[in-house]
Unconditional design. Sequence first.
Length: 597
Amino acid sequence: MSDIIQLLPDSVANQIAAGEVIQRPASVIKELVENAVDAGAKTINVLVVDAGRTSIQVIDDGCGMSETDARLAFERHATSKIRKADDLFALQTMGFRGEALPSIVAVSQVELRTRQQDAEVGTLLSISGSKVVGQEVCSCPVGSNFKVENLFFNVPARRKFLKSNATELNNIVSAFERIALVYPDINFTLHSNGAELFNLRTTSLRQRIVDVFGKRLNQDLLSVEAETSLCRISGFVGKPESARKKGVHQFFFVNGRYMRHAYFHKAVQSAFERLVPTGEQVPYFLYFNVPAENIDVNIHPTKTEIKFENEQAIWQILTAAVREAVGMFSEIPSIEFDTAGKPDIPSFDPSGKPEMPRVSYNPQYNPFNSSKNERPQKTTDWQQLYDDLLPSKTDHPQLFDAEPAEPLGERAPMHYQYKGKYIMNAVKSGLMLIDQHRAHVRILYEEYLRRETDRQPTAQKILFPEMLQLTAAEAAVLHEMLPQMRELGFELSDLGAHSYAVNAIPVGLEGLNPVALVRDIIADAQQENVPQPIGQVDTLSLSLARHAAIPYGQILNNDEMENIVNSLFACSNVNYTPDGKKILHILPQQEIERFLG
């Protein structure tokens, strides 16, 4: 039998490596900008076209490369960062594996212009799919200029599964922010399709955070400082009132490298226990300086997962530092007593003479006059006594104005609401349980889709337009979503500098905060860890439905529950919400008898 094991060609090996290192355009920018930082650049410019699909360009004024180094840099495991295995435990640079550049050229067409300080001319190198197309001398400034075009041109399956331009641009901005927040002493710019998104000048760390995320964040930051023999922790955490459910800016950095760490995240959140509402989180920007030999960054190609030697001890130091920051600035909310109707206590005047107390009364009052003291008549209509306790129909006009659907076969005429969350009803096959919030989400979702299909948006004007200030990443996402939002009834005016005026919102959302609503919609579009339907209109409709749906805990009467059930069974999908959560479950009669038999 002939031998069947063989070495893979370098081009194939590089494409396999690219699958781990280069996942999307943002990965290219991360690797190239980190290389620019390692090269000692003081100014780094990033330019993307079509969210990186067409072109990515990173220009720096670092040390540059010689003709030989430029050619060798695109070979696998060729690096200037380490020399021996022991160097892995004392890393002082962002990169060290020598896999980024060969992975990039394996799936794209790259043009590099580079020159060193003492060289009169530079080098122009062109590579396509790991094959060198040409190399020649050129005139260029000191530093390096990488231009990456047609990403994944030779891997159509990878290119096909890229997200929309809005999503990919959001990932690019996120990767850019993670590096810009670590190096406030470097000038950064980011341009998308010729438009400037960021122009960050050299400044302090706090000002860099404000430049990236907006001035309104400045007043919500508390300084964190802790220095021990194990590590040094510095940075900022948000005040309790800055807590939000979505779109919270949370960053950990270790030795100048961004990381994700769920364990340390819990440490920060535990410091705000009972200070923020359940489900909300505060922003934080925390920087760890740890001896290089006490951490291991070589456990994942993206280098965002880091292992600590003294993780438990650092957890305790972090918790104590955050709690001290909150306590030092007395940010625990004080109790505000209601002063309405309080007695007016006059100040003491020693020169004045006190007045004799006087009693006021009505001489015409007669307690035995029945005409003025009639007792209320008894009522036999007990329903009237609870009218004020039932929810108003104006709270959810979509729910009460909907036409009732056809009867749903054999079921009980009365419904029962369990703990303000589930609607229960006896059906032929057993006991039916419906999640009232999810059911209403499905009902409203299909209603918003019908509005968009009919091209008849119904907008409700806001008496005083609300001001909306966004970050560059949020503004980029909103810009892509604006046409679909207008179709659903939103009216937003661009005021410049990532500011918008919210002039109108869709009918049925009048009771909601317009600014918080738009922010949550943007946050939903930015999240990728939740299942989302295909298409921006579906995503918008789902976000609106989640906000307008009846909340858990709202008490419903039998007619309202009947309307929900009828409207639900008139939908195209009765069992699941648009994001795949189960709406109803039927407990079979046999199961009930088995439990109680």
